[in-house]
Design a protein around this ligand. Sequence first.
Ligand code: DAH
Length: 338
Amino acid sequence: MEQKISKLKNEVKAKIASISSAKELTDLKVEVLGKNGELTLILRGLKDLSESERPIVGKIVNEARVELEALFNEKFSALERKELDEKLLKEKVDITVDKNYTLGKVHPLNAIKRKVIDFFVSMGFIVTDSPEIETQYYNFDMLNIPADHPAREMQDTFFITDDILLRTQTSAGQIRTMEKTKPPIKMISPGRVFRSDEADATHTPCFHQLEGLVVDKGITMCDLKGILASFAKHFFSKETKIRFRPSHFPFTEPSVEVDVSCVHCGGEGCNVCKHTGWIEILGAGMVNRKVLSGCGIDPDVYTGFAFGIGLDRITAIIHGINDARVPFEGDIRFLKQF
Ligand code: DAH
């Protein structure tokens, strides 16, 4: 019996060594160690042996079993490794093969955004970030837009809960900054804003603004006008003029809408400026006293101005884009032009 087992063991060892596929190895394992395998049958036959032989042979069979199992496992891992190596070699992709790849570039809107940011940073503004998912408190209440104010309807948006919404304006960032920082404050906050508008040539449910805020002692509307005039000249051309038109925003008092002389016709009147010679680019004003005191800033000591630039609008003016939806579509034929 001992010899029989040792012969079987050697035969199996030789077979394991010569096998080169996992499938063959599995078959062999079943043949030897499976339910009806050779070694299993020997083990079952132990009951027919004499009582003195049984433990001796039993021990030998078990040792053979353990030894063979270890050999099978070792071979399985070796085959797995080999198969993986072969697969990796076969599936290797040579990324240098296609020399006709197209290089991506900065989206026209982001290029304009960076240019606007660079201008304000050069004037000493710091760049802040503010959440796109906001609360009514920051987006409306603290900006002096109470629940029943008509401005809420004009800025209808996507609500996540009754209180949490996608911000309609980067102005919410003013409050977050004033709550955290005491004057002097000189910041800009660019980002996406959302309104539940049907997309058409002049509206998209998501668009981009850049908020600006300056709060310090003795800030006046002259400072606002000076900064915005420099911005317009830097951004459009040296000849560009700005004008303030009276307007209303609940968080500024007084409020203005700011136009630049038409960059296409220089103010003569053309299709772009609808023959008025002027193009509106932003809303601005002196920070409302209520907003300052709401943030713990004494309006008798400090004053400030704020503005909100429509980045999509500026991009459209500069590049002559006449449909607000197009920059969002990612159409390569459009993007290639910039
Ligand atoms: N948040 C305004 C809007 O979305 C734009 C605006 C107007 C921002 C006046 C300001 C401001 O900071 O002072 O229509």
